[in-house]
Unconditional design. Structure first.
Length: 206
């Protein structure tokens, strides 16, 4: 425990991404502005070589890595490659920020209460296997709910089933499309909630 003493070591964070990386950007911006001060993004790992999130990491001088599922014979070997990398880099905390791959209990049990995910709905609505990205917002609009939002939670072996850390509600408005709603949920919830939750969890591991 360092009681927030900035001279002491920060928690080393790895962010796992698959796409645009706007949540990664929110975390990097939070580090710059001081909202995130107990942790430091040390590594960005993508399961897609073309993910724009990798550019965002490079622009922020953060080390990047790409590990592709297809390069491994089994899910276990794929996950072991990621675990080996995180061990080698001394990673303390992992953030799934738009990481579009389900991780098995082999991976999640290696990091109890040390993996955080952001999901674009109010869990337990519109979550679990098959609910990711725009699909979540399409499902919310199809159902006709009037309020949605975002959830930050710890990751366990159940997709979107780990302990909830923080949630924020966002209104659904007439004329919303999945794209419009996705943007509003990001702006009003995800990009605020994720860095704040990350600071809270990082602080608890300092
Ligand atoms: C975000 O909306 C995130 O909540 C969602 O994918 C988007 C990634 O955007 N994640 C999931 O649906 C996971 N189940 P980003 O790459 O710009 O951060």
């Amino acid at each position: 425990m360092n009681g927030g003493n900035e001279l002491e070591k920060k928690v080393k964070i790895a962010v796992m991404v698959s796409g645009g990386g706007t949540n990664l950007q929110a975390i990097l911006d939070a580090e710059k502005s001081g909202i995130l001060r107990s942790g430091k993004v040390s590594l960005v790992l993508s399961n897609k070589a073309s993910a724009y999130a990798l550019e965002r990491a490079k622009n922020a001088q953060v080390e990047t890595a790409v590990i592709l599922r297809k390069d491994y014979a089994s899910q276990r070997e794929y996950e072991d490659a990621m675990i080996d990398l995180f061990t080698q880099k001394g990673i303390d905390l992992i953030v799934l920020a738009g990481f579009m791959n389900i991780l098995s209990s082999h991976f999640t049990d290696t990091y109890p209460k040390r993996i955080i995910n952001v999901h674009p709905s109010l869990i337990p609505a519109f979550c679990g296997e098959g609910f990711y990205g725009l699909r979540v917002h399409r499902a919310a609009l199809d159902y006709g709910v009037k309020v949605t939002g975002a959830t930050v939670h710890f990751v366990n072996e159940i997709p979107d089933g780990g302990e909830i850390i923080a949630q924020k509600a966002v209104e659904i408005l007439p004329g919303d499309t999945p794209e419009i709603l996705q943007r509003r949920v990001m702006e009003q919830a995800e990009w605020i909630l994720l860095p704040q939750a990350l600071e809270t969890v990082s602080k608890s591991y300092c």
